[in-house]
Design a protein around this ligand. Structure first.
Ligand SMILES: *Cc1c(COP(=O)(O)O)cnc(C)c1O
Length: 462
């Protein structure tokens, strides 16, 4: 399988190269040149298999010969062993034909662990084999950074720098980033918002001297391997609910569009997905795009679901590539308009295709709190604020009641205790394996929103 850039100007890469590189040299994102498909029989055969085995079968066509079968199976086993649930991503019923897909049983209690744990192990094997080391920079609104810290801490071949917006992550998120003691991982608190952090990462990748000098790699959701790892749980959950004999819909709390794009990939591969619901908080650029066809940036407004406080939704570019018949030049123009003019309007054809696959709903702060409260009343289960936006979207846009609706629970409520407690009066406790988080020592460097200053710091530390 070869990988091509959404902007059409970068060299084609293998899976291993695309994984180790992250962002393409033309500013685009890598995608497989074709979507591999699974037969209905292949999908039916997933029933009753462990998560790791389904992961192996779903991902194998994408990774080609990057890892032989035994090595890949060993990587998967190591990646998911730290999860606190043997099903890895269990499905729990939350209402009539409505289900919650719990993606928060990993080491940092958010779905980012599902992909990051795997990437850590894949990087280690690939880099050791090549005799190389890399510097990873990651921008995070909270969950990516902590997941990356856990996945990469202690690895010899990787130095990791995580940039998060100072003061805009929850205390649990911050502590998960600032308490790992291993000296190859560094937390940087940036004076700016998440989009500033993301822009800094992009700028570092576009500075080719720096990029080559420090051997820069990215593990943000722009990294194809991360999106790929997330495709797996769309299959496991749908099969648990009757696929391929039955269609399933998904409601996905969305920020950078990586998670829901993985659902779109599962559909392209042959999974019978009915609707894909984009759930946003009041930072609703994607909801507005579905509703009006206009993809226009507004300021970011902090919410109780900070991992979705985004107006530049990087992985949306991957969907645009398909919506525009994989024309790199068209994507280049759209992205230039997004940067230069603050937005663009989809062509009629692209908008129609977007609506064929996706619905969307927006959930403001009061509605988020109300959903957390109502879910607790209905099920006795506390849900995190991100998940609550997904519940709202699922109920607003229910569609055919005979089609199972799966809501992705993207984080554990204990990661956002203040919001959960304000909504329900209940304090969500940390799982026992993490109970000492508040006693561990923090280590963080506060940095200005300044590319050169941060580049200098990185060069000094590696
Ligand atoms: C990252 C994150 C999201 C958004 O996922 P995207 O792939 O960026 O759309 C939603 N909820 C939580 C808890 C997250 O950490």
């Amino acid at each position: 399988m070869r990988y091509i850039s959404t902007r059409g100007q970068a060299p084609e890469l293998s899976f291993e190269e695309a994984m180790l590189t992250g962002l393409a040299r033309d500013g685009g994102l890598y995608l497989p040149e074709t979507w591999p498909t699974l037969t209905q029989g292949d999908i039916a055969g997933f029933a009753g298999q462990p998560y790791e085995e389904v992961a192996f079968r779903v991902m194998k066509p994408f990774i080609g010969d990057t890892f032989d079968d035994d090595t890949f199976r060993a990587i998967l086993a190591r990646a998911y062993a730290p999860f606190g649930h043997v099903a890895r991503c269990p499905v729990v019923q939350s209402g009539p034909n409505e289900f919650v897909l719990e993606l928060h049983h990993g080491p940092t209690l958010a779905f980012k662990d599902v992909a990051m744990q795997l990437i850590g192990q894949m990087f280690e094997v690939a880099l050791k084999r090549r005799g190389e080391s890399v510097t990873i920079v990651a921008a995070t609104s909270g969950d990516t950074g902590s997941a990356a810290m856990e996945a990469f801490k202690g690895l010899d071949a990787v130095s990791l720098f995580v940039m998060y917006p100072h003061g805009r992550v929850s205390e649990v998120q911050r502590r998960q980033m600032t308490t790992p003691a291993e000296d190859n991982v560094h937390a940087l608190a940036v004076d700016g918002d998440f989009d500033d952090c993301q822009a800094l990462v992009k700028a570092m990748f576009n500075d080719f001297d720096f990029r080559d000098g420090v051997k820069l790699a990215a593990v943000n959701s722009i990294n194809w391997a991360r999106v790929l790892a997330q495709v797996v749980y769309f299959f496991t959950s749908a099969v648990a609910l009757g696929a391929p004999g039955r269609k399933v819909s998904f409601s996905v709390p969305t920020g950078n569009f990586g998670d829901i794009f993985a659902g779109y990939v599962a559909k392209r591969m042959g999974l019978p997905v009915d609707r894909l619901l984009i759930a946003t908080n009041r930072n609703d650029i994607l909801h507005r795009t579905v509703a009006t066809g206009a993809h226009v940036k507004e300021g970011v407004s902090p919410t109780m679901s900070p991992s979705m406080d985004i107006q530049v939704s990087s992985n949306f570019e991957r969907l645009l590539f398909d919506l525009y018949d994989r024309e790199g030049a068209a994507i280049q123009q759209l992205m230039a308009d997004l940067n230069g003019k603050g937005g663009f309007t989809l062509s009629q054809g692209a908008q129609a295709r977007l609506r064929e696959e996706f619905d969307s709903a927006r959930c403001d702060e009061d509605e988020t709190a109300a959903e957390i409260k109502q879910s607790f009343a209905e099920t006795g289960v506390l849900q995190c604020p991100h998940t609550a936006t997904g519940i709202k979207a699922a109920r607003d846009m229910r569609g055919n009641p005979a089609t199972p609706m799966v809501i992705l629970a993207t984080a554990h409520p204990a990661k956002f205790p203040a919001a959960v407690e304000a909504a329900t009066g209940q304090h969500p406790p940390l799982p026992p394996r993490m109970a000492d988080l508040y006693e561990r020592e923090e280590r963080v460097t506060r940095v200005p929103n300044d590319l050169t200053a941060i580049q200098t710091l990185i060069k000094d530390r590696i």
